[in-house]
Design a protein around this ligand. Structure first.
Ligand SMILES: C[S@@+](CC[C@H](N)C(=O)[O-])C[C@H]1O[C@@H](n2cnc3c(N)ncnc32)[C@H](O)[C@@H]1O
Length: 427
């Protein structure tokens, strides 16, 4: 096998007659700039007029314009030091309560006040200044004058623990695993990782534990992870909204007294945010709603609607809810390689009533072309933390067919949202 690294492949100093130093400091795609600017003009009007979908299209166009206009040299700097240091500065700001303090005042706050209000014993003005200047440079706060700052909507969002917890969660469960991926892949000759106990995660964190074993040892990190999961899909199209999946088809026929009267079992459902959303959006739906997860996770499901039942359950064991109308798996299978997914799916299949029960899988289906970075980036997170994956349609079809399921339909909301894969037992 050819080792694709800088040592064995000679460096190229020119391309199509241009020296690399010239390429590196010229815009990446100057020929696209005019067209992108034009579409941004018309999309801005659609956005201002409140047209559905215009914001996301405008955002995509703006992102493309940034990439086209930026020079490769600038792009290198963005990835190599803007993004990692922005993460570190934001996590520091969260630890110090800077976002909470700024958000609780409607006036500009001087750094002299921030340095004393943050609760840190010895936060010097110099440190505060360095933190605040970078937070402003990456738009996490807004500079209003020399050494004074105010909050913006990002500040206000990360002033809230449920959203802020994304940062310590990723620092504590993911960043070292991602950093370990290149060396891991090189050592394993670029084979697709398929063992959650020998993955970049174990290398990055110097542990023998699986991701969930590691998490279970640290109650603070677990709570932060569960918070991240509880807000992770906010603002995206939800399968239970009108125009996505016809929820009515689950409600007819209604669960009857001849079956356990269970409408929906959320397997590995975390703190129950999906069932809460379902109860709010479909208040008249008859049938029991059951939340299953590990006992420690269920203990954190404090805001659960009173009609939702908690049921501790290890999804590798026999499914106690038999013949339910639907079993729901949201962001569960992507945590596991195929062979382990088969072990999660087998007890579900055994519990399902053929021709009646449905399996609903709410996950990304990576498209054949033009996959979005949110999905491909998550794929790399899954590779690093679990030897798991975001799957393509062909991969989903292969996995579900091996598990004894027939896909009835893959329901798609929009390009930015997870799909709903509706299956039944393949008798
Ligand atoms: C990525 S989270 C998804 C949570 C939720 N479904 C969501 O979409 O927000 C995966 C969930 O699987 C749960 N889990 C992991 N191993 C499990 C097991 N053996 N049995 C039951 N749940 C498990 C975790 O506790 C976690 O809540």
């Amino acid at each position: 096998m050819v080792e694709l690294n800088g040592n064995s492949v000679p460096a190229s100093d020119s391309h199509a007659g241009k020296q690399v130093d010239e390429i590196a400091v010229s815009p990446t795609a100057p020929d696209q700039v005019a067209n992108l600017a034009k579409s941004i003009g018309s999309l801005s009007k659609a956005f201002t007029a409140g047209e559905a979908g215009a914001r996301l299209q405008l955002l995509e166009a703006a992102d493309s314009l940034l990439s086209a206009l930026e020079t490769p040299r600038e792009t290198i700097l963005r990835y190599c030091w803007r993004n990692p240091t922005a993460f570190a500065a934001i996590e520091t700001g969260i630890n110090l309560g800077i976002f909470r303090h700024l958000s609780s005042h409607d006036r500009p706050v001087p750094i002299t006040e921030l340095a004393t209000a943050t609760g840190a014993d010895i936060l010097t003005l110099t440190t505060t200044e360095r933190i605040m200047k970078h937070l402003n440079a990456v738009h996490a706060v807004t500079e209003t004058g020399r050494d004074e700052y105010t909050s913006n909507n990002f500040t206000r969002t990360v002033a809230n623990t449920r959203y802020a917890d994304a940062f310590p969660t990723i620092a504590g469960t993911t960043s070292p695993a991602i950093a370990a991926i290149p060396a891991f892949l090189r050592q394993t000759h670029y084979q697709n990782p398929t063992n959650g106990l020998a993955s970049p995660f174990q290398q990055g964190f110097h542990t023998k534990d699986s991701f969930f074993e590691f998490l279970a040892r640290d109650p603070i990190l677990s709570a932060q992870f569960n918070n991240l999961m509880s807000v992770y899909h906010q603002g995206r199209a939800s399968w239970m909204d009108p125009g996505f999946y016809p929820v009515d088809r689950l409600l007819t026929p209604t669960p009857t007294d001849t079956d356990p009267n269970i409408l929906l079992v959320d397997v590995g459902g975390g703190k129950g945010h999906d069932l809460n959303e379902f109860r709010t959006k479909w208040p008249a739906a008859r049938g029991r709603l059951i939340l299953q997860d590990q006992p420690a996770v269920l203990a954190e499901a404090t805001g659960l609607h009173e009609s939702i039942e908690r049921m501790p359950h290890d999804f590798f064991t026999e499914q106690p809810c038999k013949g339910s109308r639907a079993y729901f798996l949201h962001s569960v299978l992507h945590d596991w390689p195929d062979d382990t997914c088969l072990k999660i799916l087998a007890p579900l299949r055994a519990a399902m009533t053929p021709g009646y029960s449905r399996l609903l899988i709410n996950e990304n289906v990576i498209p054949d072309r033009g996959a979005h970075w949110q999905a491909t980036g998550l794929d790399w997170v899954m590779m690093g933390d679990f030897a798991g994956a975001e799957r393509t349609e062909a991969q989903w079809r292969g996995l579900l067919s091996r598990a004894g399921f027939r896909i009835l339909k893959i329901w798609v909301g929009d390009a930015w949202s997870e799909s709903l894969i509706e299956c039944e037992v393949d008798a």
